[in-house]
Structures are given as structure tokens and as C-alpha cells.
Design a protein around this ligand. Structure first.
Ligand code: SAM
Ligand code: CA
Length: 220
């Protein structure tokens, strides 16, 4: 896994990031603090944060669901792109990492826009379907355990309104999806997911080679 766009040399990655919207001080400090954690590679790339925020603004999203929060960097980019009355529901199972997330969301003044739900994301998404109903969200970002991507996608698709967008992270998996000899569980899950999504007639989709690959699906 990589948290910078695949194959880009460092100098060009720096140029790319520097010529997108600047991180707020809280985003920068959160990225720097997360970089000191052993699992830092799980965080999305800064250029991907810029891109997610752009997508949220592009579709005028007001309700966002994120599956896989970690220390809250991707959620913070998206929350900052929401209008004041917008809401992001973040799903994760890890209280230690999400404590860092909550600290930075508060420092950035968007904690009232973000609701963290701790627990297996499949259950949380089912609860959201019960509570808010189908078509009640505008944007979904899936970035948790890869073997459950299919289950998360199916639930997010139901949660999205027609015209809503689902973004799915790590679809290139450092290139492993395209190497038949790679047959570990995560690679097999992502490969099968990519196959199905490319043929899913319920959406219009595109695979974008930013960071570790992001697929975008618009609900028809
Ligand atoms: N989007 C985050 C960011 O940019 O910083 C990175 C998310 S990280 C790749 C994946 C997260 O999924 C971890 O924080 C992990 O605790 C969470 N996770 C793993 N299995 C989960 C599950 N069954 N339900 C909810 N969250 C889960
Ligand atoms: Ca990821």
C-alpha cells in the first residue's frame, strides 16, 4: 500500500501536491502525527484528499459516509468541503486511532459535522439504512478491510441517491491486482471487486490512477 500516487518520483509528487489546494494547519499536523505511527501507510495521499474534497464540492454533497476512518485525515478533507449543515458519518472499529481523528476534527472546528460510529462497518451501514433509508446519502468513500469491499459497496449503493457517488480506494493495490501470481486474500477480493464493478450496470464508473487507485461510481 502506498500513500502517494503510484510511480510518481518524489519531486513530481511534491510538485503535484503543492499545486493543489493547501492543507489547513490541522490537516498538515494530522498527516505529520500519523506519519509517526507504524500503520501510517494506511492514510490516503494528500493529493487524494484534495481530489475527494473536490468531488464532494462538485456534486454539492451534504451527506457523506466514510467506511474506514483511521486517524481521520480523509474524513477531515471531506468534512471541510461540506456546507455548514453537511454531515459525514465515519465508520471504524478502532477506538485508539479514531481518538486521534476526533482530536483533529475538533481542532479544525468541524467536529459538529462528523459523527463517528465505532463497530463493524457492515452493521453500521445496515443501521444507517434502517435509520435514514435508501437514497439518503450523496457521497460514500470506502477505505476499510478489503475482503468486505463488496459488502460495503452494496450497502453504500443503497444509501446513495441517484446521481450520488461512491469512491473506492486502493483498487490498484500497488499493482498486485494485475499480477495473476498474487493470490493473497486482499488481492483476490480487490480483483473480484474490480471485475464486478466494471460490469455493474447500476452505475457509471471510472477507475482513476491517483494514489493507489480510486474507482468512482455514479449511481444511476
Ligand atoms: N481513510 C483513512 C485515512 O485516509 O486516513 C484510512 C483508513 S485505513 C486504510 C482502514 C480502516 O478501516 C482502519 O482504521 C481500520 O480500523 C478500519 N476497519 C477495518 N476493519 C473494519 C471493519 N470491519 N469495520 C469498520 N472499520 C474497519
Ligand atoms: Ca486506503
Amino acid at each position: 500500500m502506498s500513500n502517494k500516487t503510484l510511480q510518481l518520483p518524489d519531486y513530481l509528487h511534491e510538485y503535484l501536491v503543492a499545486h493543489g489546494p493547501a492543507e489547513t494547519p490541522e490537516l498538515r499536523r494530522l498527516r505529520e502525527e500519523t506519519a509517526r505511527l507504524p500503520m501510517a501507510g494506511m492514510q490516503i495521499a494528500p493529493e487524494q484528499g484534495q481530489f475527494l474534497a473536490f468531488l464532494v464540492r462538485l456534486i454539492g454533497a451534504r451527506r457523506v459516509v466514510e467506511v474506514g476512518v483511521f486517524t481521520g485525515y480523509s474524513a477531515l478533507w471531506q468534512a471541510l468541503a461540506l456546507p455548514e449543515a453537511g454531515r459525514l458519518v465515519g465508520c471504524d472499529i478502532n477506538a485508539e486511532w479514531t481518538r486521534i481523528a476526533e482530536e483533529y476534527w475538533a481542532a479544525a472546528g468541524v467536529d459538529d459535522r462528523i459523527e463517528l460510529r465505532l463497530g463493524p462497518a457492515k452493521d453500521t451501514l445496515d443501521t444507517l439504512l434502517d435509520e435514514s433509508g435508501e437514497g439518503s446519502f450523496d457521497f460514500a468513500f470506502i477505505d476499510a478491510d478489503k475482503e468486505n469491499y463488496e459488502a460495503y459497496y452494496e450497502r453504500c449503493l443503497r444509501l446513495l441517491r441517484p446521481g450520488g457517488v461512491c469512491a473506492i480506494d486502493n483498487v490498484l493495490w500497488s499493482g498486485r491486482v494485475a499480477k495473476p501470481r498474487c493470490r493473497d486474500a486482499d488481492t483476490l477480493a480487490l480483483r473480484a471487486f474490480n471485475e464486478r464493478l466494471s460490469r455493474d450496470e447500476r452505475v457509471h464508473m471510472a477507475m482513476v490512477p491517483i494514489a493507489d487507485g480510486v474507482s468512482l461510481a455514479i449511481k444511476r
